[in-house]
Design a protein around this ligand. Structure first.
Ligand code: FES
Length: 156
């Protein structure tokens, strides 16, 4: 990573971790809730989706963790809001490829915008878990939300 990119990375991570977007909870009809944790550090996150007509109408998260986990979650919610479920699932796979360095889908990565800045964590296995914390919960929430969701799921 060159100096300019490193500076951008730091400012984006700091901005999102200090002022996380879409921080909160969603409850009610059409809402799915998944609780996720990172066993290696004990940090926890909750992801809430409101699905409507096959789309993520709204998404929020809460929890606590390191700057990378919070920034990754915050940026994820911005990207996912309004996305059809299939596209969201695909983007989660693309993000996983970026941060693990495997299964890269280069043609798709631009769609992730600033999230590509997290590419560097692939060299630090513990940090991969931080970056993926909210995304693993998102993937589970999307799975849970398949079919008609009419009632809120309780946390695991
Ligand atoms: Fe716990 Fe990063 S150190 S999520």
């Amino acid at each position: 990573m060159n100096d300019e990119l490193r500076e951008l990375y730091q400012s984006v991570i700091l901005d999102h971790s200090r002022k996380p977007r879409n921080f909160g909870e969603l409850h009610g009809e059409g809402c799915v809730h998944v609780h996720g944790d990172n066993p290696s550090c004990g940090d926890e996150i909750d992801v809430f989706l409101k699905l409507n007509d096959g789309k993520i109408e709204d998404i929020k998260f809460n929890g606590s963790g390191c700057a990378i986990s919070q920034a990754s979650a915050s940026m994820m919610t911005i990207k996912m809001k309004g996305k059809p479920r299939d596209q969201a699932t695909k983007m989660a796979g693309v993000f996983r490829g970026i941060v693990t360095g495997q299964d890269r889908q280069l043609a798709e990565e631009d769609a992730l915008g600033e999230l590509q800045l997290l590419e560097g964590v692939q060299h630090f296995p513990q940090r991969v878990k931080c970056a993926m914390l909210a995304w693993r919960a998102l993937e589970q929430a999307l799975e849970k939300g398949q079919g008609d969701v009419t009632t809120e799921d309780k946390p695991d």
